[in-house]
Design a protein around this ligand. Structure first.
Ligand SMILES: NC(=O)C1=CN([C@@H]2O[C@H](COP(=O)(O)OP(=O)(O)OC[C@H]3O[C@@H](n4cnc5c(N)ncnc54)[C@H](OP(=O)(O)O)[C@@H]3O)[C@@H](O)[C@H]2O)C=CC1
Ligand SMILES: CC(C)(CO)C(=O)C(=O)O
Length: 303
C-alpha cells in the first residue's frame, strides 16, 4: 500500500525520501499544477544528510489527482493542515489512516473533524530538517518520533514501514501527554527567543522570566490532567536550553525569515486551555501580548 505525503516541505520530504529509498511505495501530493511543474523540472527530491547529497525520483501529482488514499502523511504547518486535508478528504479510502506531524495542539482536532470515521494518528518529533531551496531538504538534526492514537492504542500495521525506512520511532500510549509537554516547552522557550532576538542559549540571563513561565505552564499541565509531564517540565526546559544553546528556535527562524508562525497552535492553544480551566496565567499572557506586538511590528500574522 502506498503512502501519500501531503506537504512536501522539510519534514514531509525527510519522511518521503527515507520511505522511498527503503522501497516503500510513496507519492507526493503537491498543492497545484505550478508546484507540480516546478517539481518535474528537477529529477526528484534531494536529501542532504551528513554532507551527502542524494536525489530520489519520487512520484508526484497535484491536488486534482483522484487516486484513492489509504495512508496519508500530513506534513504541512499546523495552520495549513485543515485546508490541505479538506482538499483530499473525498479521496480517503475506507479504513484510510492519517499521520499528523504538526507541532503544537489544535490542528489535530481540526483535521479529525474533517475526516469522520478515519483513523488520525498523531506524532511528536525531535528530528530537525530545513529546506535549502526548492525540492531540497537538509536533515539537520537526528532525533526521535513518538506516534500514538488518543482514541485507540492498537499500533498500526504500517509501523514496519518506518523500520524499513530507518525512521526512529516509539509507539506511545500517552501521545497527548507528549504533545502537551512539547507545547509547554515551546511556549517557555520560543516566544522569548523571538522577543530577545537570541539563540536558545541566550535565555540563560533571563532565568527568572523562563522560570515564571514554567511555573504557570506546570499549573496548566496539571489542570489539563498531565501531572507527570508537569513534573518534568521545568528541568526539561533548562536541559533543552543548554543542549540547544547554539540553535535558533523554530519561531525565531520563522520570524527572522518573514514566515507566519504557529503561535495559535502553541501560545494561543495554551491561553484558551487556561481560560477553559479558569486559570490566570499573567506571565504567559504578557509574553503573548508582547509577541503579538512584535509580529505586528514585523508585518506578520497574529494567528
Ligand atoms: N522542520 C522541522 O525540523 C520540524 C517541523 N516540525 C513541525 O512539522 C510541521 C511541518 O513543518 P515543516 O516541514 O518544517 O514545514 P515546511 O514549511 O517546510 O513544509 C510544509 C509543506 O506543506 C506544504 N503545503 C501547505 N499547504 C498545502 C496544501 N494545501 N497542499 C499541498 N501542500 C501544502 C507546503 O507547500 P509549498 O512547498 O508549496 O509551500 C510545504 O511544502 C510543522 O507543524 C512544524 O512545526 C516539528 C519538528 C521539527
Ligand atoms: C525544542 C526547541 C525549542 C528547540 O529549538 C523547539 O522545538 C523549537 O525550536 O521549536
Amino acid at each position: 500500500m502506498s503512502w501519500h505525503v501531503l506537504g512536501a516541505g522539510s519534514l514531509g520530504s525527510l519522511w518521503a525520501t527515507r520511505l522511498f529509498r527503503a522501497g516503500v511505495p510513496v507519492q507526493l501530493i503537491l498543492r497545484d499544477p505550478q508546484r507540480l511543474a516546478s517539481y518535474r523540472q528537477v529529477s526528484g527530491l534531494t536529501l542532504i544528510e551528513q554532507g551527502q547529497t542524494s536525489v530520489y525520483p519520487i512520484a508526484a501529482a497535484d491536488l486534482s489527482d483522484q487516486t484513492p488514499i489509504t495512508r496519508l502523511l500530513l506534513a504541512c504547518k499546523a495552520y495549513d493542515a485543515a485546508e490541505a486535508v479538506a482538499a483530499v478528504a473525498h479521496r480517503m479510502a475506507p479504513g484510510a489512516e492519517v499521520v499528523l506531524l504538526q507541532n503544537g495542539l489544535g490542528s489535530q482536532e481540526e483535521v479529525s473533524a474533517l475526516l469522520p470515521g478515519k483513523r488520525c494518528l498523531v506524532a511528536s518529533t525531535t528530528e530537525g530538517a530545513f529546506r535549502d531551496g526548492d525540492w531540497q531538504v537538509v536533515f539537520a538534526g537526528q532525533g526521535h518520533t513518538w506516534l500514538g492514537d488518543p482514541a485507540d492504542n492498537t499500533p498500526p500495521a504500517w509501523l514496519s514501514d518506518l523500520e524499513r525506512g530507518q525512521i526512529p520511532y516509539t509507539w506511545s500510549p500517552d501521545i497527548l501527554a507528549r504533545l502537551w509537554h512539547k507545547l509547554a516547552l515551546n511556549c517557555a522557550i520560543n516566544p522569548l527567543t523571538v522577543l530577545y532576538g537570541c539563540r536558545n542559549g541566550g535565555l540563560m540571563p533571563h532565568h527568572e522570566e523562563v522560570d515564571a513561565l514554567c511555573a504557570e505552564l506546570v499549573q496548566l499541565l496539571i489542570s489539563c490532567g498531565y501531572a507527570q509531564a508537569a513534573e518534568q517540565l521545568h528541568g526539561d526546559v533548562w536541559r533543552v536550553i543548554e543542549a540547544t544553546a547554539a540553535n535558533y528556535s523554530s519561531m525565531y527562524q520563522d520570524v527572522a525569515s518573514g514566515r507566519r508562525t504557529e503561535i495559535s497552535y502553541l501560545l494561543g492553544y495554551a491561553r484558551t486551555a487556561a481560560e477553559r480551566s479558569g486559570l490566570q496565567l499573567p506571565a504567559l499572557q504578557s509574553v503573548y501580548q508582547r509577541l503579538l506586538e512584535h509580529l505586528d511590528a514585523h508585518g506578520l500574522p497574529r494567528y
